[in-house]
Design a protein around this ligand. Sequence first.
Ligand code: HEM
Length: 431
Amino acid sequence: MKSWIRWAILHGVPSIYLGRRARRGEPLSEILTNSHAGQNPYQFGDRIRAQGRLVRTPVTWVTADYEVCRTILRDKNFGTTPPDALNLPRPILRLLRATDLKLANPVEPPSMLMVDPPEHTRYRKLVAQEFTPRAVGRLHDRIVEVTDELLAGLAARPQADLITDFARLLPVAIICEILGVPRQDQDYMLELGHAGAPLLDVGISWRTFRTAIAALRASEEFVAGHIARLRADPGDNILSELAVSGSLTMPELKAIATLVAGAGFETTVNLLGNGMMALHDHPDQLDLLRAEPDRWPAAIEEILRFDSPVQLTSRTALSDTEIAGQPIGGGESVALLLGSANRDPAVFADPGAFDVTRVNAREHLSFSSGVHACLGASLARMEGAVALSALYERFPELRLAGTAERRGLVNLRGYQRIPAVLGLPAASRTA
Ligand code: HEM
């Protein structure tokens, strides 16, 4: 009953309301209800930008303006938007608090993603050193090794699904190694992450919510067991260090482990899939990369800009303020359309063009900005460059075989299936 009430407040009622507004052509509701069936959310961002830099809707402000997004993300006067900070009537908020499921949920406190400084600063400091560019640099050879193993597995088959058989497997293998999770548990982690991912959307069905909550419960149990094992027999990994240091309470530790694990693979898979499809649709760009492979890191930035794996986030004003000439009251929230901000023509010339030589692609907001800027950005960049460059180098004849299918999610934008014929691997062609 508790979870049903929570679902009704956070998803059931919003889905009816947003559905109505979407049918009337209100662009934010069209995005949130996935009216475009995953095809082109950027057309709605363009419409919002045409309405103004910061647009008021009955439930939230919204912006697709690059500078406004970046300013708000970096503004100390804006905090996160956990569910109980939503601008809802008091009795509903009380009901939300009373139905807290007390699960380690990446989109609820004490998840680092959903708390403000000073708590946020404390959590972030504890894990940040593990994800600096230098620390991630040490993982390079291992990422190459795992990529090679996966591609060797593909070489044995004439056809493959590039998501299930490749893109999904690399990020989970690497984040599990970072967190000391045994290899045999990776499939289970993938299953739980996949079921939990819709919680980043608004207005999901009761069935999807129930499955996601069951996955969170299972994941919490799994993480608790894993932490207990590390306490008894610590390894050389960040979670072991945190588990024995006593610097975090058990709920805090579980929240960090769950967030880092989930964020570590549910996003990067979309970078890889979105990249494969962008390159498929723009073969001239792939030819350029094949001729000049040093361009791969820059191409990863353009892939991130062109089709952001994370489409939006939200911030709430901590006190009355003014942004882009609009007064925002304390407690009011702003939906920040990161993917659409990356298509703002004021910053990116001809933003709908996919151009791996674009000089300012790296200025994209796909990793957010400010204190919550993605902790795993260096890792994701490296996995992206290693995985995609190796895939196209190894399979020069690779081509799609059938229709690629988008995942039906709004915020985590990616593919669930990219069927492909691999052709002969490069080594056997030259042999
Ligand atoms: C292409 C892949 C990725 C994308 C597009 C991405 C995107 C993002 C975004 C947009 C945020 C901030 C959301 C906000 O401001 O509200 C974020 C935060 C975060 N990401 Fe990533 N991410 C990716 C990969 C990773 C990886 C590989 C990890 C693994 C360590 C990771 C861990 C995190 C964590 C822990 C946070 C919370 C940071 C904080 O609140 O201080 N991400 N990510």
